[in-house]
Write a protein that binds this ligand. Structure first.
Ligand code: ADP
Length: 495
């Protein structure tokens, strides 16, 4: 149960100036620059944060490099790193509701989901990797008797992490958990519009006993701070979740600088495919609505394309419209809200441009289509369903990252697969059917990092998340995530 009194007491609580965390201390930008933090709940300033320059990024990178090289973290026995990280997870958990409310005020996610998906999920992720790290062994290679071939798993060094605004703590922890547990040091750059909670958890890491310089957070613009990170010769591995354009830029900058390894999670245009033999249309309707509209569609795996077998298309859309119109849109700090605020005015305007274009092309807006609750000053949008979308439309090809669903009918399994695979993306997919054979066939045929069957969006830490095609490379979550943060290093010892 959410503690509503506590939420209300925090709704307008003053937030102290938000500073960088560099080399174990909270500090302003070198040039003193700051930026106002605008809350998407009411469009008003809720805090002031340091606004970094390349020099601040370089300070943080240098601190992380020193902390890595002197072994203050990588040199600790893994069980000791585990102990500190478990303490860190406990501190995050103890402040979960406060962190969740701060995060909601900053990025607009509904409080019920924010609590689970943000601080509680981050704590669970940190704990998962902390617990794993003293159970990872090297190997002895099966060589001849005159040689001992050893395979060590060594930390890669300094990790740069650039994260987005939709789930800053969850996605941040997917990177920080395995990177730090493995013994690396980190420079983290949060998104401009969702930085506050990541600064808090970096402060909690220090309180838990993580040495100075091991986890640094630099605030500011992507094209300044992130750019400096991607060009730095002192960052060994760069991990990123965000848009395809920035992902490309990071690869270019890696090539221009030190060939740092770059792992990208770049979103998707995920197909949610409902066959006429779906086990329960009611369940498919309910879950499909949540699969696109929770967090106002600002979810990388959002089921943003709905493909419905033609024989049930009209009935399914009618039920989906009813379910969608029953969703409460608005104040994300109200536990009854199903879809909160869009993260920023820029994002809201982008969502509306997609809808306007679809309208101009003659596509039907079955529900929603516009901004709502404008008098609050906040950035709210009605969950929007667009029907009759052509698979070639930009609404069926581009990631909107908002509460806009593109609906398309199909006649055959082959046609569904062709439409589903017909974008540059390949992150998630879903198929609703009672046919076991079709379900397995579809899992094989759909080009996506995760295929849900008779559900949408469920997973836990044990299952990797990563995309194919232009949805990216590498995986967050599960023990496979360690592959990005541990190098294989061989020793060849003549006996
Ligand atoms: P979105 O469109 O979801 O905001 P972005 O890719 O623009 O996605 O942002 C994701 C993260 O990438 C944010 O932390 C942002 O500051 C950062 N970023 C934006 N531009 C750059 C850049 N040129 N170099 C590095 N990071 C960047």
């Amino acid at each position: 149960m959410l503690d509503v009194k506590r939420i209300e007491s925090l709704r307008h609580a003053a937030v102290a100036p938000v500073l960088h965390v560099i080399d174990g201390t909270s500090r302003p930008s070198r040039d003193g620059a700051t930026s106002e933090v605008i809350s998407p709940l009411d469009g008003r300033a809720m805090a002031v944060m340091a606004w970094g320059t390349a020099a601040d990024a370089e300070d943080a990178i240098a601190a992380a490099r020193r902390a890595f090289e002197d072994g203050r973290w990588s040199g600790l026995p893994p069980a000791e790193r585990k102990r500190i990280m478990l303490r860190w997870a406990a501190l995050i958990e103890a402040q979960a509701l406060d962190l969740a409310v701060l995060g909601v005020r900053n990025n607009g996610t509904e409080i019920g989901m924010a609590l689970k998906a943000e601080p509680l999920s981050a704590a669970a992720t940190i704990r998962y990797y902390a617990e794993a790290v003293d159970k990872i062994f090297g190997e002895i290679a099966p060589t001849g008797d005159d040689v001992l071939g050893l395979v060590h798993r060594a930390p890669v060094g300094v990790v740069g992490a650039i994260v987005p605004w939709n789930f800053p703590l969850m996605i941040g922890a997917w990177k920080l958990g395995p990177a730090l547990a493995a013994g690396n040091t980190v420079v983290l750059k949060p998104a401009e519009t969702a930085s506050l909670t990541l600064v808090r958890i970096a402060e909690l890491a220090l309180e838990a006993g993580m040495p100075a310089g091991v986890l640094n957070v630099v605030l500011g613009e992507g094209k300044v701070v992130g750019e400096a990170m991607s060009l730095s010769p002192e960052i060994d591995v760069l991990v990123f979740t965000g848009s395809g354009g920035v992902g490309r830029r990071l690869l270019e900058n890696a090539a221009k600088s030190n060939l740092k390894r770059v792992y990208l999670e770049l979103g998707g245009k995920s197909p949610n495919i409902v066959f006429a033999d779906a086990p329960s249309l009611d369940e498919a309707v309910k879950v499909s609505a949540m699969g696109i509209f929770r967090n106002s569609g600002q979810v990388c795996v959002a089921g943003s394309r709905l493909l419905v077998e033609r024989s049930i298309h009209d009935e399914f859309v009618a039920r989906l419209v009813r379910a969608t119109e029953a969703m409460k849109v608005g104040d994300p700090l109200d536990p009854a809200t199903a879809a909160g605020a869009v993260n920023s005015l820029a994002q809201l305007e982008q969502n509306l441009r997609f809808v306007a274009e679809a309208r101009a092309m003659g596509r039907a807006i079955a529900t929603g289509g516009g901004r709502v609750l404008e008098a609050t000053g906040g950035y709210y949008m009605a969950p929007t369903i667009v029907t009759g979308v052509n698979p070639a439309d930009s609404l069926a090809q581009a990631e909107v990252f908002g509460p806009v669903l593109a609906v398309m009918p199909f006649d055959t399994e082959d046609e569904a697969v062709a439409i589903a695979n017909g974008t540059d993306y390949g992150l998630a997919a879903a198929v609703w059917t009672t046919s076991l054979s079709r379900a397995h066939r579809m899992v094989r045929r759909l080009r996506a990092g995760i295929v849900h069957v008779n559900t949408y969006g469920g997973s836990d830490l044990t299952v990797p998340l990563g995309g194919v095609k232009q949805s990216g490379n590498g995986h967050d979550k599960s023990l496979h995530a360690f592959d990005k943060y541990l190098d294989l290093k061989s020793a060849w010892i003549r006996l």
